[in-house]
Each structure stands twice: as C-alpha cells, then as structure tokens.
Ligand binder design. Sequence first.
Ligand code: FUC
Length: 340
Amino acid sequence: MDITEENVHGKWKEFILTNDHGMSVSILNFGGIITNMIVPDKYGKCENIVLGYNNYADYENNTNYLGAQIGRVASRIKDGSFHLNGSHYELAKNEGTHHLHGGPNGFHQIIWESGTHQSEHEVNLVLTHTSKHLENGYPGNLDISVTYTLNNSNELTLNYQAASDHDTPVALTNHTYFNLSGDMTDTVHNHRVQFDSRYFAELDEELIPTGKLIETTDTPFDFRNGRLLGDGLKSETTQQIIAGNGYDHYVMFGSEKAVTVSENNSGRTMKIHTNAPGVVLYTANGLDEGLKLNEGLSQKYAGVCFEAQPHPAALHHEGFPNVILQTEEKYHSYIKYSFE
Ligand code: FUC
C-alpha cells in the first residue's frame, strides 16, 4: 500500500493511493476530484477507467463536473428556492432559474484541507471543509469530511460525514464518469447494469422532477434483471428524449442498495454499495464533445455516472427520502466501488 502527494498546477495537491494489486486512484484537493482510477482488466492489464482532463487547468471550469465531489446538495433545486422551518431560502442560480450541484462555488470548486493515513492493508485520504452559513444561500455552517479509502481487496470507499449548526439540506455525492472498457474514446453502450431499480423520478423539460415517482416495470428504467445501457440510449420514450436521448434520472432502490456494472471486452465488473436511497443515473448525454481527456477527445456517452444520493426533489414533493440534516444529527453516507 502506498500514498504519495505531489504539487500540481502551481496551487493544488494530487494524492495517489496505490494498493498491492495494481489498483490506484488519483485525487486532487481541488474539488476532491478523482482524476484517474487504474484497475486491472481480465488479463491483468492496468488501465484508467474514469474520464479526466489531460490538462489540470481544465478542472478550473469543470462544467461537466468530471470526477468531482458535489454539494452541499447534488442535482437540481427547482427555482433555486425552498422553505424550511418557516423561512424561505433563495439559493444561487447557476442553471437558468434553477440551482444545480451546490451552486457556482459548490464543493467541486473549492480547495479542501487534506490529511493522509497509511496502514498495512489500506490507505486513506481525508478531505475536510467548512461551508459557511448562507454560502450559496444555504442555512448553517456545515462541517464536512470525505474520506477516501483504498484497500488491498480492490475497493475504494468514499465516506461522507457532515454536521451543521442550523437545519439544512445536505445531499453529497461524487460525479465520476466511469468507462470500464479502459478506452475513454469508446462509449458506454455495451456496459451492462443491474440493480434493484424500483421507481424513477419523472422529469419535466427542464430536467426538474415533476414529483411523480414511476414504477420501473416495463420501462427502460427496469435494471432488475440487468440491461445494456445501449437499450436505454436508443429508446424513444419521452423521458429518454427529454434527457438528451439517454438517462439523467433519479432511480430509487428497492431493498438492495447496490449496483453492478460490467463490460465484456475488458471483463471488468464494478460493484457499487451505498446507504443512499437511490442514484442519479447519468449517461453523459450532455457531455461536451471535444474536451481534451487523458486518452483523447470526449464525446457524448463516453462515461456513466452513478450519483448515489438522496434527491432534493424532497424539498418540494412528498414521497422522496428526507434531505434535511438537523442540527443535532450527524450526516453519514458512503459509496463503495469494488472490483473483482
Ligand atoms: C448530472 C446531470 C446533469 C448535468 C451534470 C453535468 O448530474 O444530472 O444533467 O448535465 O450532471
């Protein structure tokens, strides 16, 4: 096990966590961004499986949120406003009249404090930050930590903890785009995804949940028996078309909170375990084309994000799991990525 630290781009640190089986993960203290994840394929060939920029400078204005930590609240908040405890809150609006992924100075764009730890079987990077009261419009000083742990079983776990001095919405997640093929210039059509997908949140034309939760049965959102992403990308249902011909939807888990993703050519399989109630499944329908990635230029569908989180639609609609962290509570969520 090893963890190294390097100064990059003049002002950031990049940490590289490496285990004894050829798996490594690179993380910036800027945005907590995962820039690289090297994982062996079925022949033992080690390749990068996440989208990352070739030039660090491109992370400065990361409007596609490549690899980033997202918060204080991931996803869209309609009209950038909500009511809580009798008060009305207006958030910073960074997508038309709406608020997206924590706002203009979200957690993907801050320099986090960092600390590392190493033991025989795992290495840890701990990033911490205090988000100030009314920053981007949110109530409460929120202390957050994200701990990245890589172990010798080829597991990377992100542990999120937070506490606030006012009640506030919190929904943290990570926005890594995976492409298990190891070829970032290929698309994710041939990725097979399986999970206990029970309901999905219907979207309006502006990608805001209408409040309606739809059963996945007989829809392209039914992943319970496994499904190639390509099926849904080709589907001509209204929901797919609205999302830019793909998936950009909150899908809620049934009893099992886990996703299995596999890609045949490389033989790589990734299992995601979480305690979050669902995932935003995003197939990079809106990914800008021609971004200079490590391995070539980006294209639509070059990666898939599994944004495990509660959804802020709960601020405006019944039926969605709670997103309010109360002052006396501690927020704890985790996302664990395991490779065979
Ligand atoms: C995802 C999506 C959005 C957006 C962005 C880059 O989470 O929900 O539609 O395009 O990230």
